[in-house]
Design a protein around this ligand. Sequence first.
Ligand code: ADP
Ligand code: MG
Length: 267
Amino acid sequence: MTTQTEPGPPRPAPSGGGGPVLRVAGLTCAIGGAVIVSDVSFDVAPGEFIAVIGPNGAGKTSLFNLLSGLMPATGGTVTLAGHDVTTASPATRARRGLGRTFQSSSVFAGLSVAENVRLAAQARLGGSLRFWQRVRPDDEAQQVATRSLERVGLAARSRDLAGSLSHGDKRKLELAILLATDPAVVLLDEPMAGVSIEDVAGLTEVIGAVHREEGKTVLMVEHHMDVLLGLADRVAVMHHGSLLALDTPARVTADPAVQEAYLGDAL
Ligand SMILES: Nc1ncnc2c1ncn2[C@@H]1O[C@H](COP(=O)(O)OP(=O)(O)O)[C@@H](O)[C@H]1O
Ligand SMILES: [Mg+2]
């Protein structure tokens, strides 16, 4: 069913022990007779960077929707840091450390860059709920927001309206909002979409730093091979809802089955 370049057990995470941070086993989603994600299994080690590639309609976004709980699985399991979250709500998964980038529309254009991040930090710290303890959580939220904005290189834009940012900077803001919630595992679905060529390098740099320096585990759907080859420990290839390959970038690009899936146009 799957194609591998080497024999042996399929796709263990190259872990140094302690178990995978994410385990996907037989994950399947059938909608109205169409199987859009089919029997996908893999482990992700803490701190790993996995790039997810595949032709349009291969099921990459659907896989992320299943992982984050936006779509219900019809088969298989998702285990996050040892907890079975297969039927858990997106909010529960977020509390267990799974974060995904917000769509551009969820950035409040009429609020400042700093306010956008502070709201996310406040939600995590519970400041808006525990009103009798307002002062400290608000201070803390402010600090978390400042750190997150520094991390993505947007500190100088703190007071500007989020709506005034370029596409590339909006993506950085989304990343800062995500970092403010301190997720262990970060899902990024095509973070370079709509970003100008000049901004791609800066955004790539920021994502790489978040992975290396913050120790985040990252799964990223990305079409730009040049971007992900420098970032990814392993590349997962989706094709017709299945996981066609999951291996080092060099081995995946040399895999004839992967080349066949792309008909040579993306690799
Ligand atoms: N909610 C849904 N209902 C029905 N079909 C869907 C739904 N979401 C995605 N699909 C279908 O599943 C397939 C995979 O889509 P998607 O996961 O968006 O692919 P990718 O992100 O790899 O381009 C497509 O054929 C798409 O039309
Ligand atoms: Mg998609």
